[in-house]
Design a protein around this ligand. Structure first.
Ligand code: SF4
Length: 227
């Protein structure tokens, strides 16, 4: 099937009862600032072209961000940082993403998450991560990216076992997550995996992750992907 067919199937997924309850409860109750908006309240598919060579793997949709707008990282502060950096390195046509029809276009890049539904406290359980990993595996197989940027340790823990299961030679013990870590993997096709601290407010407000740090990783990954 195609990436578009994968996305169409994903938005109907109800495999994780706790996350289905939470995403729908948030969508009903809303935050006061968005009370006039209709929340998405469903699984949020990846965004970006179906032939993207660079895949960015985050964590999960934010309750009042992507769970509201229906598009990854769109409408929250984490996204503000990510899209500004993507635009700075030439991977996005604009530096902001506020709603799903704002004209955003990504160049050769797709953004996805190991968990596609908003979790309470931004913390999916290991079981939810494992359940949703089937979607990540399918997306990887369809996309065949040359490079992956993983935002944060959760995504790293989610992705590497999937790559190992799909035939990549992931060293044991597994490479540790860190900002700026790069791992070149042999497997069904050559793949380079990059680690970056997550674009969460916790990291960006404290200066643990600066725009320059994020741009450096994105630039290196774009180069590895041939973009
Ligand atoms: Fe389905 Fe993933 Fe959402 Fe769980 S988190 S309900 S597997 S889309």
């Amino acid at each position: 099937r195609s990436v578009a067919e994968l996305d169409a199937a994903l938005v109907d997924c109800r495999a994780c009862p706790r996350l289905v309850d939470w995403r729908e409860q948030v969508a009903r109750e809303k935050r006061a600032a968005f009370r006039d908006e209709e929340y998405w309240g469903r699984p949020v598919p990846g965004i970006g072209p179906a032939d993207a060579r660079l895949l960015i793997v985050g964590l999960a949709p934010a309750a009042h961000g992507a769970n509201r707008t229906g598009r990854m990282f769109t409408g929250d502060r984490s996204g503000d940082v990510l899209f500004a950096a993507l635009h700075a390195v030439g991977l996005a046509n604009q530096s902001t993403a506020v709603h799903r029809d704002d004209g955003l276009a990504l160049h050769g890049t797709r953004i996805t998450a190991p968990v596609h539904c908003a979790p309470p406290d931004n913390r999916p359980t290991p079981q939810e991560r494992d359940t949703c990993s089937a979607w990540l595996r399918a997306e990887l197989a369809l996309l065949r990216p040359r490079a992956v940027v993983v935002l944060g340790g959760f995504g790293w823990q989610a992705l590497l076992p999937q790559l190992a299961a799909a035939g990549w030679e992931v060293p044991r013990p597994r490479p540790k997550f860190g900002h700026g870590v790069q791992v070149e993997l042999a497997g069904p096709w050559p793949l380079r995996v990059f680690g970056s601290y997550h674009v969460s407010q916790q990291n960006t407000f404290t200066g643990r992750l600066t725009p320059a740090m994020l741009e450096d990783v994105l630039r290196a990954a774009a180069g590895a992907a041939g973009l």
